[in-house]
Design a protein around this ligand. Structure first.
Ligand code: GLY
Length: 418
């Protein structure tokens, strides 16, 4: 197949890496990054312009377009690609509101009978204060719209919670304030063609910047899969209790969900509760999930894009474990230091069972690889168990040099010891 992957992060590098591993495809990416450039031909396109992306897909004679990030989906890029007659993996603008508006997602969950935290939407400081007092600490305040990973604050400080609400109001967005959900969090990705739902293997993300879940929220500092401590039927339960009812409700509304429904869940003592939906592969969880997927990814994505997912059957998983560790630039998740040389990637990849996925990297005018974003790259380790996969990922990340960079040292630690 001729496949165009949209985006420039480690998630997109991971998708390209999985497709390349299958062999036989012609791969394109837009805009991509230097790591992706080693595996796909790069093109420049305005990712928020449906007509521009559709034109590129037609020009490249693509059989399939895979939309990586959420913003183009919310902007209707998948609708434009499909309207141009090219199969597209990713929901249209209407169903993408499951990520684009937390209030919309809560409404759909209520209509579909899906369990989630109780919540209030607030558009003023007084409404926010009343909702915070109703639920009490820890306070959970979420920007209603897309916020590039900066939308959620969980804090014991009422003042900090109100400040975040005010920050969102000042930026023109209401907030959703909700009850805090206790219990371990997991990510279960469910692929759908609008009707059939297929779950991928569960993974766990580490959202805080520092070890022991300290520090600020980030886009994700590492992940692992499988989850030896989780119920064996977790993925099936998520399909039954969450994904299938939501996909069915979207179909009833005439807004079929074709693509990936990211179910972020808390396993509370009262059962599964949805923390958030996203409408695209999560990063970094995708890195460990696709590392273990033995069914060809292209087959799954094309079937979802063409309404034939019922013909794919249960997915096949490697018995290996995968751990990924994110290398972040100095000061991330604050304003990161950019433009510093990155070295040691080849040495990491020379370690058996290790590979590197690039995210915030670029080539400078001297063609040196330098940092260009907060999350710079990820090192993925594979092994017969989580302890071995972890050892490899950490052996790999230790070969990489980026001045002032940091990474968590406890990714998958507890699960590997269990
Ligand atoms: N890892 C969290 C996300 O992808 O949104």
């Amino acid at each position: 197949m001729r496949i165009l992957v949209l985006g420039s992060g480690a998630r997109e590098h991971c998708i390209v890496h999985s497709l390349q591993r299958e062999g036989g495809h012609v791969l394109f990416a837009a805009p991509g990054n230097p790591g992706i450039a080693r595996q796909a031909e790069l093109h420049n396109v305005d990712l928020t312009s449906g007509p521009a992306v559709a034109y590129l897909a037609r020009k490249l004679r693509c059989d399939l377009v895979v939309v990586g990030p959420e913003a183009p989906l919310v902007d209707g890029v998948a609708d434009a690609v499909r309207a141009a007659g090219v199969a597209c993996f990713g929901p249209g603008a209407a169903p993408a509101r499951l990520e684009g508006s937390k209030t919309f997602a809560k409404r759909i969950m209520a209509e579909a009978g899906v369990a989630t935290a109780e919540s209030r939407t607030a558009a003023t400081r007084d409404e926010a204060a009343a909702a915070l007092d109703e639920f009490g600490p820890p306070y959970v305040v979420k920007n209603d719209g897309l916020a590039a990973g900066k939308g959620v604050v969980v804090t014991d400080s009422r003042e900090a919670a109100l400040m975040h609400a005010q920050y969102c109001f000042d930026a023109g967005s209401p907030v959703v304030i909700e009850q805090f959900l206790d219990g371990p969090e997991v990510s279960v990705f469910c692929v759908s063609d609008g009707q059939t739902v297929l779950p991928l293997a569960p993974a766990q993300d580490f959202k805080r910047a520092l070890d022991n879940d300290q520090g600020l929220n980030t886009g994700g500092m590492g992940a692992y899969s499988p989850l030896p401590w989780a119920p064996a039927d977790l993925a099936e339960r998520v399909v039954e209790q969450v994904a299938r009812p939501v996909v069915a409700r979207m179909a009833e509304l005439g807004q079929p969900f074709q693509g990936l429904l990211y179910c972020g869940l808390a396993l509370t003592t009262a059962g599964l509760r949805v923390v958030e939906f996203n409408v695209r592969f999560g990063d970094p969880e995708t890195q460990v999930v696709l590392a273990r997927l033995a069914t060809p990814l292209s087959k799954v994505l094309l079937a979802a894009a063409t309404g034939t997912l019922d013909q794919v059957g249960p997915l096949i998983w490697s018995s290996e474990s995968a751990v990924t560790v994110v290398l972040a630039a100095a000061n991330y998740p604050g304003r990161p230091t950019l433009g510093d040389p990155v070295s040691g990637i080849d040495a990491a990849c020379a370690i058996p069972g290790v590979y590197v996925l690039e995210a915030g990297t670029k080539l400078n005018d001297e063609a040196e690889l330098v940092s260009s974003g907060g999350r710079v790259l990820s090192v993925v380790g594979m092994g017969p168990n989580l302890a071995a996969a972890r050892d490899r990922a950490y052996a790999g990340i230790q070969t990489i040099h980026l001045e002032g960079s940091h990474y968590r040292t406890d990714i998958a630690l507890r699960a590997a010891l269990a």
